[in-house]
Design a protein around this ligand. Structure first.
Ligand SMILES: *[C@@H]1O[C@H](CO)[C@@H](O)[C@H](O)[C@H]1NC(C)=O
Ligand SMILES: *[C@@H]1O[C@H](CO)[C@@H](O)[C@H](O)[C@H]1NC(C)=O
Length: 411
């Protein structure tokens, strides 16, 4: 063997030793990810705190009973924020992803006391656009946080571009304008994270069971989440269930965002950018991850009446009063379904011998149903009016939400 060959052997052995030494060192430091490209900068993530949960090591001074009961996570570490004095104003920004084709004039026409950040996802020349059109709203929400981490408003509102959708609350007329107008900043400040949809279905009390081994068409993201969980949340065990109200529209307090290091948001966005998963699925995975990121709970399902009262000032007085209202609303919906069926039946019966007789019977029923619907509508409207009146008083809101009322202000 020539001296040269020996030398090469020696050098390569030494290189291996050094390489494995560093590799083991990286692992013992819990840092196994290496480099992540972030925009044009190559950033090395050495900050383990980037993956630790918000406020986990602090003391839990005060936790809302209602939320506690709804949470399945044993490691609850919500720290309620402290709202400002009564009558203080809060700076608010609405963050909205839109397509070039979406008409969102409703935002500037109807909402004057909230700033907006509207990202056009499919126009790289727009003033605001994401670095890559991937991951649906997730890319936009994360980009806003990343770009404004040092200048965040008091309240961040993340919403979709459509004004009327089932994503919004039935009792607020499914209207995004009503949702934003009525959203209580003191509640968002206190909660830190508020899903803008109060109704549990779909999404609560449990939605995804990531350990499910069977693929479900309705929940394609279920199995994928179990595969991606370790990449996204390496220091947290895979939860048995994840749940929150659907649809990925929520509000955050500045404080809650800042309790999570910027590097973690950059990491998440980087993950979206790089994952080989499709645009659709990579976005869907997040619909049931937001609550985990911002509350540390795999399940976040506040009682519906608390969400309506604290969140939007629609206070029926308690759980049973809210349920009574919902029962009436369901009754009305059923009557409406029946009138629709009668209308359809009438048109299909035309031409038969029994026509006049049957039509008369159904006409009578139809008139009766409509009168009942009208009575219910009036009842519902009155109850709602009362509920909004009750919700004007912050003391009532605090009572219904089970929070201690402070004379100096806020919940
Ligand atoms: C956008 O919608 C508003 C109603 O909200 C309508 O008045 C306006 O004409 C629409 N604009 C376009 C370009 O379609
Ligand atoms: C239709 O019903 C009304 C009231 O129930 C009745 O007075 C009337 O005679 C009926 N007409 C026919 C054509 O059956």
């Amino acid at each position: 063997m020539s001296a040269l060959k020996k030398l090469i052997q020696l050098i390569s052995t030494a290189a291996f030793v050094v390489f494995f030494f560093f590799l083991s060192k990286l692992n013992t430091e819990g840092f196994s990810r290496g480099k992540h490209r972030v925009g044009k900068n190559e950033e090395v993530f050495q900050d383990r705190s980037a993956w630790s949960a918000p406020g986990r090591d602090g003391s839990i001074s005060e936790i809302r009973g209602s939320l506690d009961a709804a949470a399945s996570s044993s490691s609850s570490y919500i720290h309620p924020g402290v709202p400002k004095l009564l009558d203080s104003t809060y700076s608010r920004v609405m963050v909205i992803p839109r397509l070039q084709s979406d008409n969102i004039s409703w935002v500037s026409d109807e909402l004057h006391d909230v700033d907006t950040a509207v990202y056009i996802v499919n126009d790289p020349w727009a003033a605001l656009h994401p670095p890559k059109n991937k991951g649906h709203e997730v890319m936009i929400y994360l980009s806003y946080i990343i770009n404004h981490y040092d200048t965040l408003p008091d309240i961040l509102i993340f919403m979709h571009a459509h004004r009327w959708t089932h994503h919004n609350n039935a009792l607020l007329a499914y209207d995004a304008v009503e949702t934003v107008r009525r959203l209580k900043s003191d509640y968002v400040t206190r909660e830190g994270y508020v899903n803008l949809r109060c109704h549990w279905s779909p999404g609560c009390p449990e939605w995804l069971h990531p350990a499910n081994s069977q693929e479900s068409l309705e929940k394609q993201e279920e199995i994928l989440l179990s595969k991606c969980w370790n990449e996204l949340f390496p220091s947290d065990p895979l939860p048995t269930a994840l749940g929150q109200a659907c649809c990925a529209q929520f509000a955050l307090s500045k404080e809650r965002v800042l309790s999570i290091p910027l590097s973690r948001f950059i990491f998440y966005r980087d993950w979206i950018t790089r994952t080989p998963l499709s645009d659709y699925v990579s976005g869907r995975l997040w619909e049931y991850s937001w609550q985990f990121i911002f509350t540390g709970r795999s399940i976040y399902c506040p009682a519906e009446h608390i969400c309506y009262c604290g969140g939007f000032g629609l206070c029926f007085g308690g759980a049973s009063e809210f349920e009574a209202f919902e029962e009436l609303r369901r009754k009305k919906q059923n009557l409406q379904l029946e009138t629709n069926e009668l209308l359809e039946g009438r048109s299909s019966e035309r031409g038969t011998d029994l026509e006049s007789h049957r039509s008369n019977a159904s006409a009578v029923r139809y008139a009766y149903l409509n009168s009942q619907i009208e009575i219910l509508e009036q009842d519902l409207a009155l109850r709602k009016e009362d509920a909004f009146k009750r919700g004007l008083n912050p003391r009532n809101r605090a009572k219904e939400c089970g929070t201690r009322w402070k004379e100096t202000g806020g919940l």
